[in-house]
Design a protein around this ligand. Structure first.
Ligand SMILES: [Zn+2]
Length: 173
């Protein structure tokens, strides 16, 4: 009997936890007036404003160029078919077809959906010469691009998973 109660409590906790998580991610967008999967107009929103809307973790990566620890993000291993959007503004960034298994511990792609999906700027921080990849719509930091990717582009878009929002393809009936 005691065991059954323990299992029931555990199940309730798990259910409550997943509801809370769903509610939070839905609310993120509800409180984000700039989030759109279709509008490609460039945004000019101040960090003061983004700070009010984004979670602290996303703000640190997207707006302060922090990097999430490798092998910790939610998408690095994923092979599910779908589309990756900017977690800050909803801009369409990558298709799962261009994602490849990379050993670096971050989700990696060889090509963005559109040339204008992202923009680039030199990054000489930490005594390295790298090229930073930013969202083409809201200028949020996504990650870096390297020349060691697979064909056809031989590029590796090494992205922070937290900067991405994945939406799975709807299965055709
Ligand atoms: Zn964006």
């Amino acid at each position: 009997m005691k065991k059954t109660i323990t299992y029931t409590v555990l199940l309730l906790l798990i259910t409550a936890g997943s509801f809370a998580q769903n509610e939070r991610s839905a609310n993120d967008h509800a409180h984000n007036p700039w989030y759109s999967n279709t509008d490609t107009t460039r945004l000019q929103v101040s960090n003061t404003e983004w700070k009010k809307i984004l979670s602290a973790d996303l703000y640190a990566v997207a707006r302060e160029k922090d990097t999430e620890r490798p092998f910790t993000g939610k998408y690095w291993k994923s092979t599910i078919r779908g589309t990756y959007y900017c977690a800050v503004c909803g801009n369409m960034l990558f298709r799962s077809d261009t994602k490849f298994a990379s050993t670096c511990g971050w989700p990696s792609f060889y090509e963005p959906v559109r040339k204008t999906s992202v923009r680039y700027q030199p990054d000489d921080s930490y005594n390295m010469h790298r090229t930073e990849v930013l969202c083409g719509r809201c200028d949020s930091h996504l990650g870096h691009i390297f020349d060691d990717g697979p064909p056809p582009t031989h590029k590796r878009f090494c992205m922070n998973a937290i900067s991405l929002n994945f939406e799975q393809d709807v299965k055709k009936k």
